[in-house]
Design a protein around this ligand. Structure first.
Ligand code: FAD
Ligand code: NAI
Length: 473
């Protein structure tokens, strides 16, 4: 076994594997330590890729079942073949993870199989083997946040990982947490026939996003049949046979309830499956960070400087294990920039230009600042909004729900944020991420020719609306 490298990366998720490839491109001799049987991390194995496969397949099922009639297409006897749907998802995962193995071979990257532990500023131990390295990159990602009193068994009470492999459609799925995972995987099983109830601690779904998005998505999801219990917390779960009984309480009890010494609105909810999706936490278990002096912040994330270097010279960290949004493309971009910095180049990431997409139908996509953030920072801004009901292509697609909202600096017109609810919103947001990266004004976007008839024209119209001159409303 080779035992001396320029760079040892710990973790082969989108952060780690991308950093390894970029470092190899820049001439470094690279090894990646990965404890799982497959490369690709959370994203490829139990995250982005399998969830999007199921979201796409379940949407196709629903389309055949309910929506194709709108287009004059009659289909008889639509039925669900869940094992085939799961087999498609598994093949997509397999092809993607095998693709990373191919890329490792192509770039002569060594895969050190096993759990890595840092045993010195220039030493990583994998099993009984020690390897020496000039630099170490920690890309160990994140893990499911547990909920006290609700023990995950990955059968009846599951994390996102268990919710990707149900072998039958639950009758009643209770989702704890109305964030990204809850709404995406809740949508999958609702489309396939489950009754879905989402219990959310705060008074809105998708709490980190622009307020108008939360309000709009609440209405849309409820119309689709999802039950949303907001401002409610789960205080315990009791599993009996196939059923789980959940105890619920108001998250912010009324003064009357408090006076009576009660949490208020105590109730129980029965389900055959429960998904716990209340967030993820950085994963640093067993890495040996204390022994080498790598510091963590108050949330357990590895502290890094602007160059992704930890408190120990030569040890770097990227992705879900450091601060910032827990997104695959954020981890990938950090991987590239970090490898370039290690190679003596300069690089930076504009964290204001990182898009965030929720793959419900309609999708939600956002980039830059929300209205709430601009207001609390005292920034004067103008708003341009355009509904998909007024977009020709959306009408042809029979997908007219939602809107594009652009927030621009009141004085300069510079785009500060964009928030979209709509079909293909995740694709539409790329234009705005590019705009923010290049410092575009709403006027720049409005003056750019957009093909007709496309959903993108709603973006152009929202940019025109910033200056009160949309054409089609
Ligand atoms: P990870 O992908 O978590 O990879 C870390 C790797 O390190 C793992 O393979 C782990 O086995 C390995 N590892 C950990 N410790 C050690 C050790 N000591 N030794 C060896 N190996 C180790 N993000 C998006 O942008 N878009 C999406 O659509 C999306 N969908 C998601 C859906 C779900 C259900 C989930 C759970 C997440 C989703 N995410 C999505 C988030 C995305 O998966 C993460 O942001 C991303 O995977 C983070 O990449 P990473 O490289 O930092 O870590
Ligand atoms: P999240 O942070 O998106 O949502 C968690 C939700 O749970 C929040 O709304 C929160 O208020 C609520 N909550 C917290 N404690 C609670 C409690 N005790 N009871 C009820 N509700 C409670 O986290 P989620 O959905 O688990 O996803 C984790 C991460 O994975 C996300 O932060 C995201 O970055 C990433 N992800 C990204 C996706 C995408 O980009 N499309 C898809 C899925 C995950």
């Amino acid at each position: 076994m080779e035992n001396s490298f320029d760079l040892v990366v710990i973790g082969a998720g989108p952060g780690g594997y991308v950093a390894a490839i970029r470092a190899a491109q820049l001439g470094m001799k690279v090894a990646v330590v990965e404890k799982s049987e497959k490369l690709g991390g959370t994203c490829l194995n139990v995250g982005c890729i399998p969830s999007k496969a199921l979201l796409t397949s379940s949407e196709k099922y629903l389309e055949a079942l309910k929506h194709l009639g709108t287009h004059g297409v009659r289909v008889g006897n639509v039925s669900l073949d869940l094992p085939a749907m799961m087999a498609h998802k598994d093949k997509v995962v397999k092809d993607n993870t095998a693709g990373i193995e191919f890329l490792f071979k192509k770039h002569k990257i060594t895969w050190l199989k096993g759990k890595g532990r840092i045993t010195g500023a220039n030493e990583v131990t994998v099993g009984n083997d020690k390897v020496q390295t000039r630099k170490i990159l920690i890309a160990t990602g994140s893990d499911v946040m547990p909920l006290p009193g609700v023990g995950v068994d990955e059968k009846r009470i599951v994390s996102s990982t268990g919710a990707l492999v149900f072998n039958e459609v639950p009758k009643h799925l209770v989702v704890i947490g109305g964030g990204v995972i809850g709404l995406e995987l809740g949508s999958v099983w609702m489309r396939l026939g489950a009754q879905v109830t989402v219990v959310e601690f705060l008074d809105r779904v998708l709490p980190g996003m622009d307020g108008e998005i939360s309000v709009t998505m609440k209405k849309i999801l409820e119309k689709q049949g999802m039950k949303l219990k907001l401002s409610t917390k789960v205080t315990g779960a009791e599993a009996r046979g196939e059923a789980v009984k959940l105890s619920l309480e108001a998250a912010a009890p009324s003064p009357e309830a408090l006076a009576k010494g009660e949490g208020g609105n105590n109730e129980t909810l029965e389900a055959d499956r429960v998904l716990v999706s209340i967030g993820r936490r950085p994963y640093t278990e067993g890495l040996g960070l204390e022994s080498v002096g790598v510091k963590l912040d108050s949330k357990g994330r590895i502290e890094t400087d602007a160059h992704f270097q930890s408190s120990v010279a030569g040890i770097y960290a990227i992705g879900d294990v450091i601060a910032g949004p827990m997104l695959a493309h954020k981890a990938e971009d950090e991987g590239v920039v970090c490898a370039e910095i290690m190679a003596g180049q300069s690089g930076h990431i504009n964290y204001d230009a990182i898009p965030n997409v929720v793959y419900t139908e309609p999708e939600v996509a956002s980039v830059g600042k929300t209205e709430e953030e601009l207001r609390s920072a005292g920034v004067e801004y103008k708003t341009g909004k355009f509904p998909f009901t007024a977009n020709g292509r959306a009408r042809a697609l029979a997908a007219t729900e939602g809107f594009v909202k652009i927030l621009a600096d009141a004085r300069t017109g510079r785009v500060l944020g964009c928030h979209i609810v709509g079909h293909e919103a995740g694709t539409l947001i790329a234009e705005l991420a590019l705009g923010i990266e290049f410092g575009a004004s709403a006027e720049d976007i409005a003056r750019t020719c957009h093909a007709h008839p496309t959903l993108n024209e709603a973006v152009k119209e929202a940019a025109l609306a910033v200056d009160n001159r949309p054409i089609h409303i």
